[in-house]
Write a protein that binds this ligand. Structure first.
Ligand code: RB5
Length: 152
């Protein structure tokens, strides 16, 4: 394992079981995990979990964020609303590696209805093991960050 990271993790009701499995692995890897819920099977709203995790990444309390819902998509949409946060929803390890290397995505979103535990873990480790490559990718990421909400 590389550097121990501060990783905030959140899920809606659809992602609770996968979250538990991945939190266990992250802790085994030596990372410091802040699990903000949800727990249990009661229905909750994914933006309520995406926002605090993305905000912790944006303000530096977390190095990385992991968000899980049914598809992973709603979590990504909500997390990307937090300025400075690039969240990516993936379901394969190559994409997981590339969003770290090329897009400096510090928030990973997974769909518990899309990936099983083993594939989710493969995505998670590929993402954690990868580093932002900088260079030409820095220029492109800066252009993402320069986009204002009103830009057409
Ligand atoms: C919850 O029913 C579901 O909409 C949510 O888990 C997720 O798939 C949304 O993107």
């Amino acid at each position: 394992m590389g550097t121990a990271l501060r990783i905030w993790v959140g899920a809606d009701h659809g992602g609770v079981e996968l979250k538990a499995a991945l939190v266990k692995k992250l802790e085994e890897f030596g990372h410091t995990v802040t699990d903000i819920g949800a727990d249990g099977s009661h229905s909750v709203d994914y933006p309520d979990y995406a926002h605090p995790v993305a905000t912790a990444v944006a303000d530096g309390r977390a190095d990385r964020g992991l968000l899980i819902c049914g598809s992973g998509q709603g979590m990504a949409m909500a997390a990307c609303k937090v300025p400075g946060v690039r969240a990516a929803c993936v379901s394969d390890p190559v994409s997981a590696r590339l969003v770290a290397e090329h897009n400096d995505a510090r928030v990973l979103c997974l769909g518990a209805r899309i990936v099983g535990v083993e594939l989710a873990l493969g995505c998670l480790t590929a993402w954690l093991d990868a580093s932002f490559e900088g260079g030409r990718h820095s220029r492109r990421v800066a252009k993402i960050e320069a986009l204002a909400p009103q830009d057409g």
